[in-house]
Design a protein. Structure first.
Length: 345
């Protein structure tokens, strides 16, 4: 058996601490963590110590280290593009980047040019797309050759800290987000809606696009403070409804549903910060209901897939051009929703 690949993390926040590191700890034959970078030196050292890695405070220490095979980009969104470009130019074999891939089409095009030149594999961490339960349910839906006429994505979650604390002891817990200003002019409301869509709706964009490929018209959009939205889209005879509200005092619920007059595919995903297997997919029609699940969740599946791509030459499940199309869909959705949103006086 070959030696495990070495990962360097850029960003040591809650996603790294509570999701990626516990996931990777379950597959030591595939991966080891070499370095953990965070701008807070204490966080970097504490998190690195948990996985036998070295803590550093500058991204170049990870990117330019020849012992690092793969970079995991878990930094703020605005740094994704420059860090991907730097990793590719440094000769990294692959990068897993948390969503979104970038914050503009221009950034995505720049990444694409450098990736094409260097051959670095880029996997965008859309964990629900890689979820084995969802993928089994999707395969069963598509085997019948029918199309969905209604799509629904719904995200209702309590504060993230509730799950982070259940998954790990967070090094220097993240401060709560700042309170919104008392005065919220229309452009502030539109920008907040855009940010929320790119932070939450982006999780399900690949799922939506598989069954609802064209944005069509955004008929209605509302913002639900502090972080939430309701968006209704229509394209021909297809309707897509996107709902999200967080944080709130209710049980977590992440779901995705596709249906037509004859069949319904419904998927319930577990909380992101809790490793409890895949989503539970149920396909229902006149013949009955059929369930699909798997011991691995989407995070484990995407890390296993990336290892197969790098070491065995398995084709990347989501080619880079498709990832760029996903980003373009999300950006267009965010802009269209902001254009038609109901402004609260």
């Amino acid at each position: 058996m070959s030696a495990p690949l070495t990962i360097g993390f850029l960003g040591a926040g809650p996603v790294t601490q509570a999701i990626h590191l516990p996931t990777l700890a379950q597959m030591p034959e595939l991966w080891r963590v070499g370095k953990v970078m965070d701008v807070n030196a204490e966080v970097a050292d504490i998190v690195a110590a948990r996985c036998g890695a070295t803590g550093v405070t500058d991204a170049a220490s990870v990117i330019e280290d020849p012992s690092i095979d793969v970079v995991a980009i878990c930094s703020p969104h605005v740094f994704h593009a420059e860090q991907l470009v730097a990793a590719a130019r440094a000769g990294k074999r692959a990068a897993l980047v948390e969503k979104p891939l970038a914050v503009s089409r221009e950034q995505a095009e720049q990444i694409g040019r450098v990736v094409a030149e260097t051959g670095m594999t880029v996997l965008v961490g859309t964990m629900h797309w890689y979820d084995p339960g969802f993928r089994a349910g999707l395969a069963a839906w598509e085997a019948e050759g029918q199309r969905a006429t209604r799509i629904r994505s719904a995200i209702f979650v309590p504060p993230n800290a509730q799950f982070v604390n259940a998954a790990t002891e967070e090094a220097f817990p993240s401060p709560p987000p700042p309170a919104p200003p008392a005065e919220q002019p229309p452009e502030f409301q539109r920008d907040r809606l855009r940010q929320t869509i790119l932070g939450l709706a982006i999780h399900h964009v690949p799922l939506i696009r598989r069954l609802y490929p064209q944005l069509g018209q955004v008929v209605e959009a509302r913002r639900h403070p502090p972080f939430g939205y309701s968006v209704l889209m229509r394209n021909g005879d297809q309707i897509a409804e996107l709902l999200a509200v967080m944080p709130g005092q209710w049980p977590p619920s992440w779901s995705f549903e596709a249906s037509n007059a004859e069949r319904r595919l419904h998927v319930d995903f577990g909380p992101s910060y809790i490793s409890a297997g895949s989503g539970r997919a149920t396909l229902s029609d006149a013949r009955g209901s059929y369930g699909f699940s798997h011991p691995d969740n989407g995070y484990a599946a995407q890390w296993r897939h990336l290892h197969d791509v790098v070491t065995r030459g398995v084709p990347l499940d989501t080619p880079f051009d498709v990832a760029v199309e996903d980003l373009a869909f999300a950006l267009d959705l965010a802009d269209a929703a902001a254009d038609v949103m109901e402004i609260v006086a």
